[in-house]
Design a protein. Structure first.
Length: 134
């Protein structure tokens, strides 16, 4: 198995019943026996996704809570990202949000592949020569 950085888009695609993604499935398969890391901000993003899905009537509240708990139990390790100048430089260079730039920063610093479904983040990672989990 391969160690990698995971973002919220991949985790949430796996947890929501109406989302399908080959990247998310590959990431979940690779979770077992791998070190999977993310910036510590991931849980704020992940909490928000099922709640937005609930507000849009995609899932009920109990399923939103179950989805979040299922994701928390996957064993994703979180790390604080303190290289603010790199985050801001990547955000500026690739027109990313600061939180997406934090995932890219972590992948660059750890030299690990990135698992994401975000097209803009995929483009930025490719430009920065960060391998993508496919």
């Amino acid at each position: 198995m391969v160690d990698f950085v995971i973002d919220a888009s991949v985790l949430c695609a796996w947890a929501l019943p109406d989302e399908n993604s080959a990247t998310a499935e590959t990431a979940i398969i690779n979770l077992r026996g791998s070190n999977v890391i993310a910036p510590d901000l991931i849980w704020h993003e992940v909490r928000n996704v099922p709640m937005v899905a609930r507000r849009r009537n995609r899932i009920d509240f109990n399923l939103a809570m179950e989805s979040f708990q299922k994701l928390r139990n996957l064993g994703v390790a979180t790390l604080p990202i303190s290289n603010e100048s790199m985050i801001l430089a990547l955000a500026e260079r690739h027109k990313l949000t600061a939180y997406d730039a934090a995932y890219l920063t972590l992948a660059l610093e750890t030299k690990l592949p990135l698992a994401t479904l975000d097209k803009q983040l995929i483009a930025a990672a490719t430009h920065e020569n960060v391998p993508l989990l496919a």
